[in-house]
Design a binder for this molecule. Structure first.
Ligand SMILES: [Zn+2]
Length: 406
């Protein structure tokens, strides 16, 4: 579930939260944005958009596909002979949130020689991303690749060809920023059982100085984050949040640019239906989450984060789709939803859905003798940098995409 105080956590299905939200709160459809007629037919299109009141009560679709709600140990559990031996170095064996780190982020600022090899055969490698990865961590832990390799070697698999390579940077990261990329060390192993197990388990917390996630280099994994909003409208209030979500959807349903892009991408996926229906379906997975955080100056500056299922695996099409959504202007109760130029990113686990001080990894049960994973790292991270600085360039580029011919 996602709670109003703690940003994203992943202990309960999305539907359960929606039920809880609605149980004791009256709808606020009377306060929905004026000027939009959701029931109106557009052109020859016969699909009728739901009323704001009906939409208010709808739970996001496809929540079961949302990678940010996944946990580790997905899929079939490896058989007894494919699990680590009892003599392995102890580590946490519990469930943790799935690490959702896009392919491009795993490769970012890695030396080009490494990038080239991984891009050619991503299935031959696994990414090892320590908690708190970044230039400061790798500087303080120059032998961490050897420590990971030595740990993996104790698991009892065939260690022929097992190696873990340093995250060699292409450009020297700025010393001013502690969590600059590259983040990923590169693991190679010949034993398919070992690779399957590492990906299935994902999170290994060895002690307070070493905890890491192992993930595949998956070109198709896309975060569901669409936009972060700030401004006077943003409140820690489920009713207002849902009112805003409907206002965003209504705006997009009538936005010519979004309609064109959503229709095209849905058609490419083979989704049947007419234009209005495709546009409606494109927004049906949308959700808005409250993120309690501060700005760079330390002042309270909460965020509403819009998420939704990506409509395409194509990088350029996806950017165009995001830009179309980010470029519409939405008012909620006379307050403009402002596109926040901050990028939410956990400095610990690298999730784009919560800042470092809201990371749920340390809250998950761990084995008593091991302690909380990377507790020291996370405590320190929360003090240093809870949210990344402005990335104005990215926003401007995406705006330019929309301005161009489509
Ligand atoms: Zn985190």
């Amino acid at each position: 579930m996602r709670n109003e105080q703690g940003g994203a956590t992943v202990t309960e299905p999305e539907g359960a939260r929606e039920e809880a939200d609605f149980a004791h709160k009256p709808p606020a459809s009377q306060r929905l944005e004026e000027g939009v007629e959701p029931d109106v037919e557009m052109g020859d299109d016969t699909f009728r958009f739901p009323s704001a009141r009906d939409e208010y009560f709808k739970a996001p679709t496809f929540a079961y596909e949302n990678p940010h709600l996944d946990m580790t140990q997905r899929g079939d559990k490896p058989g007894p002979k494919q699990l680590p031996v009892a003599t392995a170095t102890p580590f946490t064996s519990g469930l943790f949130p799935r690490a959702v780190i896009p392919f491009d982020d795993l490769l970012a600022n890695l030396d080009m020689a490494l990038q080239t090899q991984i891009k050619e055969n991503p299935e031959n490698f696994l990414a090892v991303v320590p908690f708190g990865a970044g230039n400061k961590f790798f500087k303080a832990n120059p032998d961490v690749n050897k420590r990971v390799r030595d740990f993996v070697a104790t698991l009892g698999y065939n260690n022929n060809g097992l190696s873990v390579h340093k995250a060699e940077p292409q450009d020297k990261p700025s010393d001013k920023r502690d969590f600059e990329k590259p983040w990923a060390m590169i693991l190679r192993a010949n034993d398919p059982d070992l690779c399957s197990y590492l990906v299935w388990q994902q999170t290994f917390a060895i002690d307070r100085t070493l905890a890491f996630n192992i993930v595949p280099f998956d070109k198709n994994l896309k975060p569901w984050v669409i936009a972060n909003y700030c401004g006077d409208a943003v409140a820690n209030n489920a009713d207002e949040r849902r009112t805003a979500l409907v206002a965003i959807k209504q705006k997009l349903w009538t936005d010519a640019n979004f309609r064109k892009i959503a229709d095209r991408l849905m058609a490419q996926q083979g989704i049947s239906g007419n234009l209005n229906k495709r546009v409606y379906m494109a927004t049906s997975s949308f959700d808005l989450t409250f993120i309690d955080t501060n700005n760079a100056g330390g002042d309270l500056a909460p965020i509403w984060q819009l998420t939704g299922k990506p409509l395409t695996n194509d990088k350029d099409d996806h950017r165009e789709y995001l830009a179309a959504i980010r470029n519409v202007t939405v008012y909620v109760n006379m307050n403009k939803l402002k596109l926040d130029k901050r990028v939410v990113q956990c400095v610990g686990c690298k999730a784009p859905t919560h800042p470092g001080h809201k990371c749920s990894f340390p809250d998950h049960p761990t084995e008593a003798e091991v302690g909380s994973p990377a507790e020291g790292v996370l405590e320190e991270a929360a003090e240093i940098e809870t949210i990344k600085e402005v990335e104005v360039v990215e926003v401007e580029i995406e705006a330019a995409v929309v301005a161009g011919p489509l």
